[in-house]
Write a protein that binds this ligand. Sequence first.
Ligand SMILES: C[S@@+](CC[C@H](N)C(=O)[O-])C[C@H]1O[C@@H](n2cnc3c(N)ncnc32)[C@H](O)[C@@H]1O
Length: 510
Amino acid sequence: MLPLGLGGPGHFAAVRDFFRSVGYTEPAVCKQLSVDGLHQLLSGSQKSEPSAPKEAPNALAALMRLFLVGNSASREWLDGFIPATVQDSMEALGILCADNAQPGRCYSPVAIYPVRGLFIASDRWKNPDGSPVAAIDDYVFPAIHLLTHQFLELLPTSSCETLLDLGSGTGIAALLASQEYARQSWAVDITARATQFGEFNRRLNALSNARVLQGNLYEPVEGLRFERIVAHPPFVPSMERGAIYADGGGDGEQITRAIVQGLPRFLERRGCLYCSTMGVEREGEPYEQRVRQWLDPDESAFDVLFVAERTQGPTQFAYRATRHAKGSWDQMDEWCAHLEKLKVKNFVYGLLLIQEKDSTRSAFTVRRQKAEYTGAAQVQWLRDWESTWAGAPSGEFLLASRPLVSPHLELQIVQTNRHGELLPSKYTLRTAYPFEVEGECTKWMATLVARCDGKVTALELFAAGKREKWIPPDMPDEEFASILGALVSKGILQIAGFFPPCEADRKPQP
Ligand SMILES: C[S@@+](CC[C@H](N)C(=O)[O-])C[C@H]1O[C@@H](n2cnc3c(N)ncnc32)[C@H](O)[C@@H]1O
């Protein structure tokens, strides 16, 4: 049953104006609950379970009690904080109902909370008595879930003409885009319930430049093309049908694969997909390479960039899936056999970025590991750098640059005892900004990095290295430039025009 009403614009305006007038904002609510972000309410990382204030001192606390904590309240109590006309509008919109089990009390059948300046309704995660809600197939995923929060944090907010949000749930990504940076957005979800919540949220926030449509992925937008496509699709592998918000088919990749395969038809020239998802690595087949194959026969027209966040092995996944389903050892064995058949070496979760490339250059495929401070700006930096570098394969601009060693770099030198003498035997470069990078390098690379002071050109360093014999004598300058490019790409060296986002933009990510 669909819980919401989409009644007249007057009701939406009355509720919206009231929410605004009492300061129902994310910072105000977080302060009341002593959390850094509302995603902490659902991630279990908050210090203690938030509860409704015993005596609500004001209207803000009353809204939190009804719509976020989700308790019921007596009519008399509510009358002290919410004007009767606003309560009437809430009832007309289906967000305030009489509690049949407790005469004289009322509750909200949905959750509504502020997210970055919007008011967003989703399904609740608890019943008014505090018990967990019963599972339903078309559950509307809360926009304050940690995974949605992480997805939103990695989306660019630069202006764009058209944006499509696939598997939109509450519509949060499309609605934020419409409010902040997109001329027009489209939100598509397969369930009637999510579509109703999305449309409700669009009206509640009075966003006339967003459209909310129901259908299977691209089906409702056939014939259109988009500058930006964003998605946080279901990605959980399943052996039998699960909730629609989570179930990604046998390998978890079914929906993500269909999204990627639709790009040649639905992405505009130079357009880009940002997709928070999980996928499979097989022996000798990293995830990003497998994704590239999904684009066949158009794969050479696209760049693929994957920012990995978490990795888990098949046994770990099988154990968690079994525990989540309160299953037996036999079920765990079934899971292991299922994943073995799929040749799963690892599951990787992260941000998949695919862009239609400039036709004059070759395509790139890049993978990085997300670091504590990696956000949308750092991902955009990598995308810009790789696009430029792929367009200038001779590396002349690199040879003319004055590389500077990253302030975040650590060079570790291991010395081992050889015939009574301690000699350097291993060089390791490590940085945690803008991405997590760690790898062994040769002695000459360690020397090069140490000499990159931002004053000397790379060509001068190359000549000095040859003269002083710390660079291999037979190394051509193109190979040297290519190694420099890789060091810039990994955030080990920096060059003018491509400094990673400045320190002030560093923001720890959850
Ligand atoms: C994990 S939820 C994410 C919701 C929202 N984007 C967010 O980040 O909060 C995935 C959503 O994809 C929708 N979905 C699943 N299969 C779909 C399909 N084939 N086409 C469109 N939407 C789909 C589900 O109904 C659900 O709302």
